[in-house]
Design a protein around this ligand. Structure first.
Ligand SMILES: C[S@@+](CC[C@H](N)C(=O)[O-])C[C@H]1O[C@@H](n2cnc3c(N)ncnc32)[C@H](O)[C@@H]1O
Length: 210
């Protein structure tokens, strides 16, 4: 029987939440910090009035961005404990809510920017979260995705990774991809690609426009 990846992710991140920020290792916040830094730099000279961060964790990205730019920030995450950590930070102009990436509780055409840092590889299916991100973006809005990929190993890496995670892992990881494939998936779901790059060997970033 297929594992319930949503339940596993929720349990995994509920446990990680109290020590996530300060535990700077691969299983905790190391890759998240790299992806958040990329998104922060990308947005530095961009204008936006509101931003949704999907899989926001402890609000690390929103905290960085809100120091740089005054805007309305919303963070959404599956894990109540992650949301609690984010709320404890008392970030001005920021609101944090529980929710799932494949059922966003927002009207169509709401946000100027939607971000997703190191969360996508926990989503059991690829298309529904991409369609949701596109739906809630305003026309011309940006979706900035940065995630862990299989680097140079392409489809073979994805298959091996899937096998490993599906058989052995209890962390909710279930959908590791790579730059070329995710770029195609985003285009198939209606995004125009404005940037696609390797941030490090195993971290990629893609910016799509609605
Ligand atoms: C590795 S953490 C990254 C947190 C933060 N974005 C960062 O870069 O530091 C992944 C986050 O995605 C959340 N997540 C996993 N699956 C999710 C889903 N289906 N919908 C919303 N959030 C999800 C987890 O609860 C967790 O907080």
């Amino acid at each position: 029987m297929a594992k319930d990846y949503i339940k596993l992710s929720k349990e995994w991140f509920d446990k990680q939440a109290p020590v996530y920020d300060e535990t700077d290792t691969i299983l905790y916040s190391k890759f998240g910090k790299i992806s958040c830094q990329y998104i922060y730099e990308y947005l530095k000279n961009k204008d936006y009035h509101n931003l949704l961060d999907i899989g926001c964790g402890t609000g690390y990205l929103i905290q960085m961005l809100s120091k740089e730019k005054e805007a309305e920030y919303i963070g959404l995450d599956l894990s109540p404990q992650m949301i609690q950590q984010a709320n404890h930070k008392n970030i001005p102009n920021a609101k944090f809510i529980e929710g799932r990436s494949d059922a966003l509780p927002f009207e169509d055409n709401t946000f100027d920017v939607v971000t997703c840092s190191q969360s996508f590889h926990h989503y059991p299916e690829t298309n529904p979260p991409l369609q949701e991100a596109l739906r809630v973006l305003k026309k011309g809005g940006l979706y900035i995705l940065s995630d862990t990929g299989v680097g140079p190993f392409g489809m073979v890496g994805v298959k091996l990774d899937d096998f490993f995670y599906r058989c052995f892992a209890t962390t909710g990881d279930c959908n590791i991809s790579y730059l070329k494939k995710m770029k195609k998936d985003m285009m198939k779901n209606g995004f125009e690609i404005v940037e696609a790059k390797k941030v490090t060997t195993f971290i990629y970033a893609i910016v799509g426009k609605k």
